[in-house]
Design a protein around this ligand. Structure first.
Ligand code: PGA
Length: 318
């Protein structure tokens, strides 16, 4: 099968699936993969599942034993099926609730979802609260930037022993990206604007600022290893999807920035879309020149729904 580009579909399960649900999901999902024959492998697509940490070990064993057979060929390992970790932390130690990159790597994780808007949210709330503090706009700007600097100092993010709490500031996300690459886990870096930011015409500025911060200090050789997920915050879990044109506009400027940073060709780094992607809208989205797949929440939880979305996506680029 000839496809115009290799797609990446990531299932971001957030905190939804229990270990038992994970096992059940894979039973059906693996059967669906077998039914689809060589469609996925031939298309060059990658499918990633990022379950909650409590399901990583089960998902890992399901994925490593996923075999399929096409025609008379001997059984093949489905190496297009990959494991992801959500919101990892880069150091072991006194970080209650965290899942380390080291532990994830031991379980066969290849991808890490980093900087998702749900993890950026606490910081966004703090910034918004401060915007409402009385004072002139300049006073507030000064206050906000000094707070940012103060928290970063307290976090000691790049020291051998960062502080014992986590807050997804841009500089923290950058550190997670750097450390993921060190252990050969590919960061799926999420960027995206809120509705207020979109209405204020700040979409590109917000997204490119997040991207630049996430990639600070990385060499072009490292940047080409990443995946960027454009996820407009207002489209996540809301059933409201960015139109293909709205998404393409942002993907195209992310692509321009990546080309500038790496000197590489267009399309070299996958830029995927996230925010209420489903089996109906996937075709139009991935048909856009700079959209190479999706990061999918709700529609990745049911094996038949997720598989249909993947197959529809592949069909649209075939
Ligand atoms: P959604 O979530 O598909 O449920 O909108 C996407 C995401 O948050 O990654």
């Amino acid at each position: 099968m000839q496809v115009s580009k290799s797609l990446f579909f990531g299932g971001n399960w957030k905190a939804v699936m229990t270990p038992q649900m994970t096992r059940q999901f894979f039973q059906t999902f693996k059967a669906k993969i077998r039914q689809s024959g060589n469609t996925i492998a031939d298309s060059g697509a990658t499918i990633m599942i990022a379950p909650p940490s409590t399901s990583l070990i089960i998902a890992s064993s399901e994925i490593s034993t996923m075999m399929y057979k096409v025609g008379t060929a001997s059984t093949l390992h489905a190496n297009f099926l990959k494991l992801g970790v959500q919101d990892p932390w880069h150091r072991s130690g006194a970080y209650t609730g965290a899942t380390t990159l080291e532990a994830a790597k031991e379980l066969g994780v290849d991808y890490a979802v980093i900087g998702h808007s749900e993890t950026r949210e606490p910081w966004r709330i703090i910034l918004n609260a401060l915007k409402n503090v009385p004072g002139s706009p300049t006073d507030k700007e000064v206050l906000l930037s000094s707070l940012d600097a103060f928290i970063l100092k307290e976090l000691k993010i790049d020291s051998p022993k960062p502080a014992s709490f986590r807050l997804a500031l841009d500089a923290v996300i950058n550190q997670l990206v750097i450390e993921s690459l060190k252990v050969n886990i590919i960061p799926v870096i999420c960027v995206g604007e809120t509705l207020e930011e979109r209405k204020a015409g700040q979409t590109n500025n917000v997204v490119l600022t997040q991207l630049n911060s996430a990639l600070t200090g990385l060499s072009p050789q490292d940047i080409v290893k990443i995946i960027v997920a454009y996820e407009p915050v207002w489209a996540i879990g809301t059933g409201e999807t960015a139109t293909p044109e709205q998404a393409e506009e942002v993907h195209s400027s992310i692509n321009d920035r990546l080309v500038k940073l790496t000197g590489n060709k267009d399309h070299e780094i996958p830029i995927i879309y996230g925010g209420s992607m489903n089996g109906k809208n996937v075709g139009e989205l991935v048909s856009q020149p700079h959209i190479s797949g999706g990061l999918i929440g709700g529609a990745s939880l049911k094996p038949d729904v997720f598989m249909q979305l993947i197959l529809n996506g592949i069909k649209a680029v075939s």
